[in-house]
Design a protein around this ligand. Structure first.
Ligand SMILES: [Zn+2]
Length: 219
């Protein structure tokens, strides 16, 4: 089990009892084309306040409210109960979970970008300099994964991407200490690309016909 899956704020809601109920209309707020590498704040106060049962209930409410659609890349889970989708915090502050307007739905790859301090530890996201929008990197990676059953290499996603010596941990430390606008120009130009170890992030929300073509996972 990955660290992302161990954290209560990423609770899998596959066991939601609301599966048979009709889904609400899509949310009215726009998807987020400005998905970028971000960090989560307030986590240290969060785990003491919410129980797993309460969190599953909140997840179920948000999945229905947002019609099981990722707020950043607009991917809609084919699973009626939103299997694999996760909750992120619009303001990046985990302890503000009681305000449901602060809760947004993310597919696992978008959440890995949104919480790069957590995903960076796993080395399943690698940084490179790229002019592509982050959300387009997620969408293109998913499309290529669905077609080939494997995570594409960085240069397959963006042929013009270039290496950087900045690690995702370095960037997360910077984002913990300052606002995004205060980063250097090089740091602002960094994007997260997905490594082969990130396959399950794309696979878990996919329809079964795609999963059958995807590579087997280490379990
Ligand atoms: Zn997404």
């Amino acid at each position: 089990m990955s660290p992302l899956e161990q954290l209560p704020h990423t609770a899998d809601v596959a066991s939601s009892p609301t599966e048979a109920e009709p889904l609400p209309p899509p949310p009215t707020y726009p998807t987020n084309p400005n998905l970028h590498l971000s960090v989560i704040h307030g986590w240290e106060h969060y785990s003491l306040l919410v129980s797993p049962r309460e969190w599953r209930s909140i997840c179920s409410i948000i999945i229905r409210r947002d019609n099981r659609t990722c707020a950043s890349c607009a991917y809609m889970s084919p699973h009626p109960n939103g299997k694999g989708l996760r909750i992120s915090y619009r303001n990046g502050v985990a302890s503000d979970y009681n305000d449901h307007t602060n809760l947004i739905l993310h597919c696992p790859p978008c959440q890995a970008i949104w919480n790069c301090d957590i995903s960076g530890i796993e080395e399943r996201v690698l940084l490179a300099n790229s002019d592509m929008e982050q959300v387009e990197i997620v969408r293109k990676t998913r499309k290529m994964f669905e077609e080939s059953g494997r995570i594409p290499r960085i240069r397959e996603v963006d042929p013009l991407a270039t290496r950087t010596d900045i690690t995702i941990i370095d960037l997360a430390d910077q984002l913990k200490a300052m606002k995004r606008e205060e980063l250097t120009e090089e740091e602002k130009g960094l994007r997260g690309f997905f490594m082969p170890e990130a396959s399950d992030w794309f696979e878990i929300t996919m329809a079964p016909e795609y999963v059958s073509r995807a590579p087997l996972l280490d379990t």
